[in-house]
Write a protein of this length. Structure first.
Lengths: 229, 196
């Protein structure tokens, strides 16, 4: 389209001089410590894991732990850990050469983590002699697990929010969902090591559901703090 | 950007001189009002200044600054939509000084190329929905890739492709309608008329 070609060839306009407000700010310019995403990520993961470990100590380990298949315990634990690390990383660390975190991938990762852990819980849920099988009651009366999972999620979400405070002009809701899903996965990991309920409905819908609920809550609340306005 | 974050005011002026013209061009095409575009430009750089601690050393700040400009434009559009315009009982409207073309002073100095074509393109662009207009401005006029434009606008690559395509098609129709059609031969008139 020749009209558009003509328009694209117009030289950029001359910008105005800096406003008085900007000049005033520049007059008192001081050095600032810029964001270090990898350092922040390491700190966030370390504090969250210590907090999660503290919660497990407080809540005690599940009574049927020694009766469960070791492979399932380890691999599912690693899956929860992956569900924690991946969305949190994407929500806080930009790709090389960029300022903004990978919010789009963080959003996708939060959806994938929630669906994967709900599915995994529904399908794989071995039981031992001392495990509890509650059926639908385990879902309806699953507040305790939901509350513990969300309590665990609070710490990574709050730390991530502090690190990203007033930094995101776009994509803040997806970043928040990533933080929430990561926190929810950590909550799921704590429940994996604490809760002796071993039926698929409870493990899938309540433990896995913590990710979805934490992601949704974070997406609703966190952007107020992280939006760059 | 790094020197600026280290407290060198001159580095900010260099950054402004480098980025502001392109950014003003983008904002001007989005708003079509020089005064508003300049105001948004200043707001954008004020936000960049206040959020400079969010910068990651070694990163390219331009897409981030564009994103801030995009957000500032969106916020301004929303504020503008919410604003209640009161017209006095006598329905007096403020007089806006206009140039020979009928354009206000604000809009006159944006036309510098082939004036007719550029004005037609700008008018057509202004008729597009904001999202499509932005997609066309970023991908067709500012030379950004679809991925860069999506990053700036806070959307997915797929959505940006769709917006750019729809915007481009709408623009093609608008510009086609605006251009004078060649006169038809006299013999064709009866065949097409259908006779009233």
């Amino acid at each position: 389209m020749s009209a558009l070609d003509d328009l694209s060839r117009i030289p950029p306009p001359r910008p105005p001089a800096l406003s008085a407000a900007l000049e005033a700010e520049l007059a008192h310019l001081t050095p600032v410590a810029t964001r270090r995403p990898l350092r922040q990520l390491a700190l966030l993961i370390a504090i969250s894991l210590v907090y999660g470990a503290g919660l497990i100590v407080m809540l005690t380990l599940r009574r049927d732990l020694h009766e469960l298949p070791m492979g399932w315990l380890v691999w599912t634990g690693l899956a929860w850990l992956l569900g924690f690390v991946v969305p949190i990383t994407l929500a806080t660390v930009p790709r090389a050469g960029a300022v903004m975190p990978r919010w789009r991938l963080a959003g996708i990762a939060s959806v994938v983590a929630a669906l994967a852990m709900i599915g995994l819980g529904l399908v794989l849920h071995p039981a031992g002699e001392h495990s509890a099988v509650l059926g639908w009651d385990g879902v309806v009366h699953g507040y305790g697990c939901l509350a513990s999972g969300l309590e665990t999620a609070i710490v990574p979400v709050v730390i991530g929010t502090i690190f990203l405070r007033r930094t995101l002009p776009v994509g803040s809701r997806w970043v928040a969902a990533g933080l929430g899903a990561g926190g929810g996965s950590l909550g799921g990991l704590v429940l994996h090591l604490h809760c002796p309920v071993a039926d698929g409905l409870h493990v899938g819908l309540v433990h896995g559901g913590v990710i979805a609920i934490a992601a949704l809550l974070a997406a609703a609340l966190v952007p107020r703090a992280t939006d760059l306005r | 950007m790094q020197r600026y974050c280290d407290g060198e005011a001159g580095a900010f002026r260099e950054l402004y001189a480098l980025v502001a013209p392109r950014l003003l061009g983008y904002l001007l095409k989005m708003t079509r009002e020089r005064a508003l575009a300049e105001d948004l430009l200043q707001q954008t750089f004020l936000k960049v200044h206040r959020a400079r601690a969010a910068y990651v050393r070694g990163a390219d700040p331009v897409p981030w600054i564009y994103s801030i400009a995009h957000r500032t434009f969106i916020d301004e559009t929303r504020r503008h939509r919410r604003a209640v315009v009161r017209v006095g009982e006598a329905e007096e409207l403020p007089e806006v000084p206009a140039g020979l073309t009928g354009e206000s002073d604000d809009r006159r100095d944006e036309v510098r190329g082939d004036p007719e074509l550029v004005t037609a393109a700008l008018d057509a662009l202004a008729e597009l929905p904001a999202q499509q207009r932005e997609a066309v401005v970023l991908t067709k006029l500012d030379g950004k890739t679809v991925a860069e434009a999506a990053e700036i606008a806070g959307t997915t690559v797929g959505a940006m492709k769709v917006r750019a395509h729809r915007g481009y098609e709408a623009l093609r129709k608008l510009l086609g309608r605006a251009q004078p059609r060649p006169a038809k031969p006299a013999g064709d008139a009866g065949a097409q008329g259908g006779g009233a």
